[in-house]
Design a protein around this ligand. Structure first.
Ligand code: GDP
Length: 328
């Protein structure tokens, strides 16, 4: 059977000890919950919590890892779960004693790697908002060192883990997620190339291809990303969604083909947002004088959008014809 759209999306597992922050991360990134509201989230008692968000480009599953969880228990189809996913995010609470978390990490990595050697391991050193800058660096160094020592003890010295310092109280969680998701997109070089061509022909300084619901960026042009530009573009998406929620006529769909917004700021900067696909929007930063050629930018955008849509159609066709190529 042809593969459904949802099955061709990047699949990510979010794991970690109870209370490490998994549900909060998911709520903040994918459900627009404000960080303070997560203080009152009820801790889930279920061991496996599944959440597949249809409005997102990414698919998720969340696993709480309390002490007794056994991956080889017949209650879990671990072959299917690890086998079918591209990345495993392991959340460690940096404000807590992380000895238990590291033990669980080692156990998880060695088991998951056996089932799926292509699985990427992403360690979120989380809740770093409570730590000073020095303390952050020291914690990252310490966790990095211990995690690799543990892996070496388990005979897995060739395995690669990536580390990120994250917090739901700033944009670091979105930035980290963006990097994780980008690794799972086989067309990333093509997307970056298209963005480079688009911005250089349009006098644009920076462009991000965003997933609208989550505000993670799945690609950007090759100029360096500075946090402020990223935050500015995230804020623009929020403004556009809020305005269309309030004034839009269809409450089920806040984004459509014609979503288009321009914000002029008093420092001579322009933010330009256009819808690309059902899930994706392009947000650009440019100088006011470049915007005098708005017709050219609009035209270039239409060419860019056509190219992006082709990239994703090709991907879907390829995956539709090869039912087992989920990890390709
Ligand atoms: P889970 O059991 O792994 O799903 O953890 P929860 O999402 O329930 O989070 C446990 C607690 O950690 C909640 O009180 C959250 O408000 C808090 N928390 C989550 N992320 C952060 C963060 O980045 N910084 C801080 N300071 N607290 C956080």
């Amino acid at each position: 059977p042809a593969m459904s759209e949802s099955e061709s999306k990047p699949r990510i597992l979010l794991m970690g000890l109870r209370r490490s922050g998994k549900s909060s991360i998911q709520k903040v990134v994918f459900h627009k919950v404000s960080p303070n509201e997560t203080l009152f989230l009820e801790s889930t008692n279920k061991i496996v919590k599944e959440d597949v968000s249809n409005s997102s480009f990414v698919q998720f599953q969340i696993w709480d890892l309390p002490g007794h969880l056994n991956f080889f228990d017949s209650a879990f189809d671990s072959e299917h779960i690890f086998g079918g996913c591209g990345a495993l995010i392991f959340v460690i609470d940096a404000q807590d004693d992380y000895v238990d978390a590291l033990a669980k990490l080692r156990q998880t990595v060695s088991k998951a790697n056996k089932i799926n050697p292509k699985l990427k391991f992403e360690v979120f050193i989380h809740k770093v908002d409570g730590l000073s800058d020095d303390h952050k660096i020291e914690t990252q160094r310490d966790i990095h060192q211990r995690a690799y020592d543990d892996l070496a003890d388990a005979g897995l010295e060739n395995l690669h883990l990536s580390f990120y310092l994250t917090s739901i109280y700033d944009h670091s969680i979105f930035e980290a997620f963006s990097k994780v998701v980008q690794k799972l997109i086989p067309q990333l070089p093509t997307l970056e190339n298209l963005l480079n061509i688009f911005i250089s022909n349009s006098g644009i300084e920076k462009a991000f291809l965003f997933e609208v619901v989550s505000k993670i960026y799945i690609a950007t042009d090759s100029s360096p990303v500075d946090m402020q530009s990223y935050e500015l573009c995230c804020d623009m998406i929020d403004v556009v969604i809020d305005v269309s929620c309030i004034y839009g006529t269809r409450d089920d769909l806040t984004f459509d083909d014609s979503s288009y917004a321009i914000i002029k700021m008093n420092n001579g900067t322009i933010l330009y947002l256009r819808e690309v696909t059902k899930y994706l929007a392009l947000v650009c930063i440019l100088r006011e004088d470049s915007f005098e050629r708005q017709g050219l930018i609009d035209y270039n955008f239409l060419c860019f959008r056509e190219a992006i849509q082709e990239v994703f159609e090709v991907r879907q066709k390829m995956q539709g014809s090869q039912p087992n190529s989920e990890n390709a």
